[in-house]
Write a protein that binds this ligand. Structure first.
Ligand code: IPE
Ligand code: IPE
Ligand code: MG
Length: 252
């Protein structure tokens, strides 16, 4: 029996975030160059996107390239950028067909100009789509994002459009790149590394974490179903007691 049949469609996470890790190790196992792993990772991106949308997930956020990934060898960075450019160009039609809106978070200005241009086009072309928002985290790190937000808040205060007293969690959240999105309820990391690697630090305060042993290029539909099913078995207490949760339900 597939995990798909066990999923409660009335209790889906609205927002799933994924740290897509393990492309290099997947390739090394096959005695291939790391870039071979990245190429195959694109198939998993497509499959996760379509699967999440088909189920009814509203937001899928994928960590594709971190601020720290700029420290990798130039050859690998060039290959990743080339793959990204190719994928944006070929996948936009499919996104439109599936009614999926493309979005990005991260320091987009630091990306090569051709990528910026094709991202801009793809975002425009898919902007009217309503089934799901697919967000690519590109040249992203959470600490970078939090510093950007802080700078922008300071500017607002200097221009007297905001006062320090007005800052609260929801105001601060609205200054993050993810300002218009709900926090993820579920964060998945593949490849058996148990760390966050500077992803969505603010947003995952109460997110459920799920670690899959699969390398990203091996991550298939069924693995996503399993992660969602696992999420649905958990009791999310948000600081309350288990008894309170049973009595009040999760929304009180
Ligand atoms: C994830 O796979 C893709 C990126 C970080 C761009 P890796 O390239 O990190 O693969 P491993 O972790 O070295 O196996
Ligand atoms: C995290 O993977 C970043 C992405 C998946 C884009 P890394 O492979 O860069 O993380 P570390 O260096 O192992 O923590
Ligand atoms: Mg890695």
């Amino acid at each position: 029996m597939s995990f798909k049949d066990k999923i409660d469609l009335d209790n889906l996470p609205q927002h799933i975030a994924i740290i897509m890790d393990g492309n290099g190790r997947w390739a090394r196992q096959k005695r291939k160059p790391r870039t071979f792993g990245h190429k195959h990772g694109v198939t998993s991106v497509r499959e996760a996107t379509e699967t999440a949308a088909e189920l009814g997930v509203k937001y899928l956020t994928l960590y594709a390239f971190s601020t720290e990934n700029w420290k990798r060898p130039k050859f690998e960075i060039d290959a990743l950028m080339h793959l990204l450019l190719q994928s944006i160009r070929t996948e936009t039609t499919k996104l439109n067909k599936n009614n999926i809106r493309l979005n990005t978070i991260g320091d987009i200005e630091s990306l090569p100009v051709a990528i910026r241009k094709s991202l801009k086009d793809a975002i425009e072309q898919t902007s009217g789509n309503t089934r799901m928002t697919l967000t690519l985290a590109l040249s992203y790190s959470a600490r970078w994002e939090i510093i950007q937000a802080t700078k922008n808040i300071v500017r607002e205060i200097q221009q007297t459009r905001l006062s320090a007293e007005e800052i609260n969690e929801s105001v601060f959240s609205s200054f993050l790149n993810t300002g218009s999105m709900p926090d993820p309820e579920l964060l998945i990391r593949t490849s058996s590394d148990f760390r966050i690697s500077n992803f969505l630090l603010w947003q995952i305060a109460y997110t459920e974490l799920y670690f899959s042993p699969k390398f990203w290029p091996d991550f298939r539909k069924e693995d996503l179903y399993e992660a969602i099913f696992d999420f649905q078995q958990r009791e999310r207490r948000f600081g309350k007691t288990g008894e309170q949760i049973l009595k009040d339900g999760i929304n009180d």
